[in-house]
Unconditional design. Structure first.
Length: 73
C-alpha cells in the first residue's frame, strides 16, 4: 500500500484551502467570518493536519510490516 500520493494530495489540498482562506480574509471582516472561522475553518484545518500525521504514521507502520514480512530472495 502506497501512502505518498494520498498524503501529497491531502497536503496540497490543505495548502490550497489555506491560501484561499487567507485571500478571503482580505475582504471578509464581520461576525459571520469570525463564526465561520471558529466553528468550521479552524476545526477542519486541524482535522486535516491530524489526518496527514496519521497517514505518515500508517506509512511508517506499513513499511515496517513490508520489511519484516517479505521473503528473502
Amino acid at each position: 500500500m502506497k501512502f505518498g500520493s494520498t498524503r501529497s494530495q491531502l497536503y496540497d489540498a490543505q495548502q490550497t484551502a489555506r491560501a484561499r482562506w487567507q485571500a478571503a480574509l482580505e475582504d471578509w471582516h464581520d461576525p459571520a467570518q469570525r463564526d465561520f472561522e471558529e466553528r468550521i475553518w479552524v476545526p477542519l484545518d486541524e482535522q486535516v493536519a491530524t489526518v496527514i500525521r496519521a497517514v505518515d504514521q500508517l506509512a511508517t507502520v506499513f513499511t515496517q510490516i513490508r520489511t519484516e514480512c517479505e521473503f528473502p530472495t
